[in-house]
Design a protein around this ligand. Structure first.
Ligand SMILES: [Zn+2]
Length: 88
């Protein structure tokens, strides 16, 4: 085992992750978005907490993300906003 090479790879990987992260933050700032993506935690309609682990219930959710509220059945997009015309 060559620990030198492993260490080198770990450092390169860490630096690459740092650069990717700061590029992403820079890009979000440029577009006037918050530095970190806002992860919705509850349904905007009925305030039911959203599960941390997303279980897609439709092809759209599989592709684009989003939730179906367990409380009211509203469909939420990946920013936690209610999709008009969804739910009961
Ligand atoms: Zn709801």
């Amino acid at each position: 085992m060559d620990y030198g090479k492993i260490l080198q790879a770990a450092i390169i990987g860490g630096v690459a992750a740092l650069i990717a992260g700061s590029l992403q933050r820079w890009w979000r700032r440029r577009r006037g978005l918050p530095a970190e993506p806002v992860v919705p935690t509850q349904c905007p309609r009925c305030a039911t907490p959203l599960p941390k682990i997303r279980r897609p219930t439709s092809l759209r959710q599989t592709l684009w993300g989003g939730w179906t509220c367990a409380g009211c059945g509203a469909e939420l997009n990946n920013r936690g906003e209610e999709i008009p015309g969804s739910g009961k």
